[in-house]
Design a protein around this ligand. Sequence first.
Ligand SMILES: [Zn+2]
Length: 336
Amino acid sequence: MSATPRKPNLSRGEKVIPGLWRLKLPLPWPLVPHGNAFAVADGDGLLLIDTGIHSDESMDNLEDALNQCGLSLDMVHRIVCTHAHADHAGQAMSIKDRTGAEILINPALDHMRGYVKDPDGTLDYRLSRALLCGVPSEAVERQREMRRGMDSGFDRVLEADRDLVEGMTIPSDLGELNVIETPGHAPSHVVLHQPEGRLLFSGDHILGRVSLYYDVGYTPDPAGEFLTSLDKVASLGARLCLSGHGKPVNAIPELAAANKAAVEGRLRAIRSSLATEPLSAWEITSLLYEGMPEEPRIGWFLPETLAYLTHLAILGEVVRDEAEPVERWAVAPAAS
Ligand SMILES: [Zn+2]
C-alpha cells in the first residue's frame, strides 16, 4: 500500500539544539508558503518566539508542530513577537486566551493597528497612494477588486502586556536573550541575541536569502533605518541565524553584507533611472522590476521603491514634485 502523499502545507516541528525547536508553519501566501516560530525552553514552561498567522487551521498547525517536538501549547507562558506582521504575531492573542501567556512586542504598532481594525480602509489608503505614484487607474481597480474583504491574518488587535524595547533581556534556558530594536522591514521589528551561544532570532530583518520589504508611511526613512539596523546586527558577533522564514543558517555577517549590497544596488539603479528625466515612482518600479506580475509590483515593489526615493530625498540627492496629480521624482538641483 502506498503512503498518502504528504501535503506541502503541513506544519513541522524539529529540534535545532537542546532547548530550542523550530516550528515550521504553513502560510496562505503563494510567494511565502511557510514561516517559522521558535519554542525555547524556559524553566518548566516555554517561550514562544513568533506565533504564525491566524486562520481557521492555524492553532491546530501550531499545536501539531509543538507536539512533534514532544511539547504542548499549554506549556507556553511567554510570547515574544519579533514584529507585528500577521505571519509573526497573527495568533498571539488567541494563544494568550488559551494559556494565559504574557505577550511582549515593540510598541511601534501603528502599522498593525489601523490594518487590523480596518483592512479595507487601509487598502483604500494604499491604493490612493498608488494612484499618486502613477499606477494606472485600471490596475488600481484590479487590485481593489482582488484584495477587498481579505482577512488581515490577525485574530484581533494585538495588545502587549509588556513593551519589548532595546536593552531588555528575556530569560530562557539558552541564556538571556538581549532585545535589539531593528526597524526597517517593519517599524516594530526587534531581534533577540543570545551572546554566549552566538544565536540571533532575526525575524524578517535577516533571512537566509536577501528579500527586501518595507512598511512605508509610518517612520521617516524605512530604508535608512534598515541599513542602520543591519550595521547593528552585523557587529554583534552572532553566527546562527534563526529567521522568520527558511532554515537556520550560519552566516549572519555575510547575510547582513548581502542585504546592504542589495540596497546599495537598488539605490544606484534608481539614481541612474533618474539621470535623464524625472519619473514617477511607478515608472521607476516598472523599470527596475520589468516582467514582475502586477500584484507584487504594486503591493511589494512600489513601496520598496518609495522607501529608496524617500531615503535619497533625505540624503539630498532627489526631490519630489508634488504639484501634479502624479508625483514625479527628479535629481536634486544641487546634486545634478
Ligand atoms: Zn514581516
